[in-house]
Design a protein around this ligand. Structure first.
Ligand code: GUN
Length: 281
């Protein structure tokens, strides 16, 4: 079994990006900039944002975090986004989710210029991705995609089963694998026989938020299994895949933690650099 080392893959990607930033600096005499907006004091969000800032600095990006209290008015956030949209030193804008209830998430997402939307959540980027045009691609599925390609560079005709249909993961993951000529099945909570679907798969991406849902007898022996889940349980953090069981069956598997997570942040940096490059043309 190949244990897919997301930490190592992310470190390699950051190294590549660091060189790219050095080259861009030499060419344009400026570096890509990432601005993250963090609202409230949820601990997981604070940890994510700190990691994002640390990684951005490591590869040489200009990085800024703007913090607001939970009580901030929606208007204040939207005006700040408008200001960042106009700021030429800002290549990418990310508003950390989840947001407090009184702030309309979709309004926030749609206020970010599509060309600065490093999350790939703006409807323009969602549409472009599904039409096969150039777009920002959501960081987690992009990270999953790069890990899959490391194990299996040629995905032509492979059968992929996505467990979970979220806008954040399942749907964009589908688009990325379709582009690679996979036959993709999207499954979800109303799917009749999830085990039978998974047993058909050459690739399984589990992104459904149910602890250890995917079992050993759901998986063929040549299957690549990507676990996007981060679930808090009494036994600590576990993924959506039963690691002990599936690691005995699968061809390759990502651990939780140390699999998809580190790649997500590295892909955010990659997206920021892509936004910068497109803005220079
Ligand atoms: N919160 C958890 N994951 C994400 C993400 O990928 N993007 C944003 N903006 N917020 C998140």
């Amino acid at each position: 079994m190949i244990l897919i080392d997301g930490k190592k893959a992310a470190a390699e990607l950051r190294q590549e990006l660091k060189h790219e930033v050095t080259d861009l600096k030499a060419k344009y005499n400026k570096v890509p900039g990432l601005t993250v907006i963090l609202i409230g004091d949820l601990t997981p969000s604070q940890i994510y944002v700190r990691n994002k800032e640390k990684s951005a600095n490591e590869v040489g990006l200009k990085s800024e975090v703007i913090k607001y209290p939970d009580s901030v008015e929606e208007k204040t956030v939207l005006e700040k986004i408008e200001e960042l949209n106009k700021d030429e030193t800002v290549s990418g804008i990310l508003v950390q989710l989840p947001l407090p209830k009184h702030i309309d998430k979709q309004k926030v997402i749609e206020t970010i210029l599509p060309s600065k939307d490093v999350d790939g959540f703006h409807p323009m980027n969602v549409g472009n991705l599904s039409s096969g045009y150039e777009s920002s691609v959501p960081c987690t599925p992009l990270g999953c995609y790069l890990l899959i390609k490391k194990v299996e560079p040629n995905l032509n005709g492979k059968k992929a089963v996505i467990v979970g249909r979220s806008n954040l993961n399942g749907k964009p993951m589908t688009q990325l694998l379709l582009k690679e000529n996979c036959t993709v099945t999207i499954t979800h909570s109303k799917t009749k026989d999830l085990k039978a679907e998974c047993l058909e798969a050459d690739i399984i991406v589990a992104a459904v938020g149910i602890p250890e849902l995917v079992k050993g007898d759901w998986v063929k022996k040549d299957t690549i299994v990507i676990d996007v889940g981060i679930n808090k349980t009494d036994n600590g953090i576990v993924g959506d895949v039963d690691f002990d069981e599936v690691s005995k069956k699968a061809k390759a598997l990502t651990p939780v933690p140390g699999g998809v997570g580190p790649m997500t942040i590295a892909c955010l940096l990659k997206n920021t650099i892509e936004c910068f490059k497109r803005s220079q043309i």
